[in-house]
Design a protein around this ligand. Sequence first.
Ligand code: ADP
Ligand code: MG
Length: 702
Amino acid sequence: MRPPLLDPLFAPVTSLEGVGPKIAEMLERVVPADIAGREVRIADLLFALPYSIIDRRDRPGIAGSAEGQIVTLEVRVDRHQPPPRGKRNVPYRVFAHDDTGEIALTFFHAKGPWLEKQMPVGEHIVVSGRMEWFNGRPSMVHPDHIALADSPDGLPEIEPVYPLTAGLSGKVMRRAIQQSLARLPELPEWLDANIVRQRTFPTFAAALRLIHNPDGPLDVSPESVAWRRLAYDEFLAGQLSLALVRARTRRLSGRPLAGDGAIVKKVRAALPYSLTRSQEQATQEIFADLARPDRMVRLLQGDVGSGKTVVGLLAMARAVEAGGQAALMAPTEILARQHFATIAPVADKAGMSLAILTGREKGRERAAILEGLRSGTIDIVVGTHALFQEGVEFKDLVLSIVDEQHRFGVHQRLAMTAKGNAPDMLVMTATPIPRTLVLTAFGDMDVSRLTEKPAGRQPIQTVTLPLERIGELVERMAAALADGQKIYWICPLVEESEEIKLMSAEDRYAALQPALGDRVGLVHGRMSGRDKDEAMRAFKSGETRVLVGTTVIEVGVDVPDATIMVIEHAERFGLAQLHQLRGRVGRGDKASTCVLLYKAPLGEVAKARLAILRETEDGFRIAEEDLKLRGEGELMGTKQSGAPGFLVARIEHHVDMLETARDDARLILARDPELQSERGEALRLLLYLFGRDDAVRLLRAG
Ligand code: ADP
Ligand code: MG
C-alpha cells in the first residue's frame, strides 16, 4: 500500500484549479513519464522540469528597449483604440508612455471590456513582453504580463520556461506547477546523510521548489545541485529496484549445477574451431556461476560476430549434463531457426535432444514438443517468445538464455523468471552498450565480455557513395557476383506516409534483377515466416547470391561467406544499427566490404555518423560516439523495447553519480533487505515517486 503521505502527489492533475480533462490531455504530452492509459498525476507534473528561464528584470525604459528584447516597462495608460466596427483583423491598441517615449500595446481579437479593466486610462501599469520596433515605432504584441503598478503581486521577475505543446500556454503550465508545488509535502530524507552533506544536496522538496522557482539560469541547468539531487534520487530508485528484483530472483534459487564434463567435451569436439581467449573465459565464468547455489543473472556482451552463440551452447551443455533442461530465446523467428540450424548438428553429436518452438509450430507437432518439454525427453529448446507463453511447461528448466537482449523489455525478462524453478539466466546482447548504460539498464548484473573476434577475420572496408552513382555500384556488384561473392542489400523501411520517393525493398529487388540475374532473393517484414525462412535458407545455401531486404536481417543473422553489405539511404539509419548491419559481413576469412549509399546533401549529424563508421569497427567506440551524437534513449532502442528511460536524470550530465548510486543501493539492501528501518520506509517513498512500485511489491512487507 502506498503511504498516505504521498496521496497529494498521486492525485490527478485535474484536481488542480484550471486543469480540466482537455488540459490534462495536453499535460500528458509534456510530462516526462510514460502515462500509458493512467491519469496524469501531480507528481508527473512536478518532474516536468523547466529547460530555461525568461528574465524580466530588465527595465531599460521604452526608448532604451531593443528590438526582440524581453523587457518590463512601467508606463501610464493614455488611451484605448479599439478596431473600427466590423474590422476584425485590425488590432486593438492601447497607447501608453513613460519618461522616454510612447508605446502601442497591441492585441488581436481582443475583448475590449477586459482590456479596459486591465489597463484603465490614467493608471500606472507594468507590462512585460517582447519589444518590437516597426518604422521607428515601438510596440509590444500581447504582453506576457500586465499588472497594476501598485498591485502587491506585481509580475514575476524570473520565469521558468517549460516544454509545451500546441494549445498549452506557458501561463497555464506555470500555474499548474505552482499549485502542484503547494501540495508537495515535506518528505523524510531517504538519502544517506553523508552523501547529502558532501554534495550539499537540498531536500527532495526543496530541490523541486528551487528548480521551478529559479533565481537565474543556473537553477534550471542539469548541473545545478538541485537537479543533481533529483537525478541521484532517480538513479538510486532505479538501482534499488533492480537490486531488489535481483535479490529476489536469487533467493528463489538454490541449486548448484555441475556435471562430469562429458557433454561439454563432446560439444567442444564437434566445433570446427577452437574458442577465442575471451570465449573461453566467459565460459568459465558461466560454469562457475552455474556451480554456485546462487542463481546466475549474467549478461554476455560481445560485439557482432564475436561468437556469443557457442558460449551459450556450452552453458546449455553444462545444464543438460547436470540433469536439467535449457532454453534459448531469440527475438525473431529467423534467428530462432538459425540458432536451431547451427546447434542441431552439434547437439546431435553430443547426444542432446533438441527442439524448436515458435508461433509456427502448431497442432500435433506443437503438442509433441510440449509433451517432450514436460516429460523431459527434450534437453534443449530454441524458440521465440512463444517459449514463455501459457501452457509451456518444463520438467526441469535450469537455464534460460535470451539472445539479443536489447529487443526485449524488462517484462519478458521477468516473465522468464516466473517460469520453472527460477532458472539461471544468461542474457546475450550484441548491442555494444557502454558500461555506464549497462548499469542503468541491467543494474547489478554480472557481465562477461567477448573482447576479441575469432582469429582470421579480415577487417571490413567501409566506403560511402552518393546514390547518384548507384549505376557504377551495380556494375561492380555484377563483377563481384561473377567472382563468387555474396551480397546483402539493405533498403530502409518505406512508410505509407513518406513524402520523399524512396525505393522499397520490393522495388529494389525488381530493379536489380535485370542487372544481376535471377540469383537475387528478397526478405522483408511483411512476408510470412515461412517465406522469410526460405529466403534466408536459399541465401545461406547459395541458391541466391544477393539478398535484398529490410532491417529484418539486422540482428544476429549469420551467413559467414557473405562479403558485401550495401546499405541504401544509410543516412536514415542510426549509428548502432549501421554497425549491426555491417556486422553481417566480415564473419569469414575473406575480405569484406560495406557500401554506405547516401542521399546527398548530408546533414551534419549524418555526416559525422558515416565518418565514424569509416573510421572504426569497434562497437564500443561506436556506441560511445553514438551516445554523444544522439543521447541514450535511441541507443538503447528504447522505442522498440520500452527500456526504462529517465524522468529527470540526464546521462550526459549525471553519469558520474551512477556508480555511487549503485554502491549506495547495495549497501542499503545489505543492511536492510526488506526496507523496514526508518530510512527504509523513506526509501519506499522514493521508489513510489519514481514509479518503481513493482519493486516495492517484491518486499515482504510491501
Ligand atoms: P554473435 O556474437 O554476433 O552472435 P555468432 O555466435 O553468430 O556471433 O558467431 C559468428 C560466427 O563466428 C559464426 O559463424 C560462428 O560459427 C563463428 N565463430 C564463433 N566462434 C568462433 C571461433 N572461436 N573461431 C572461429 N569462428 C568462430
Ligand atoms: Mg548472435
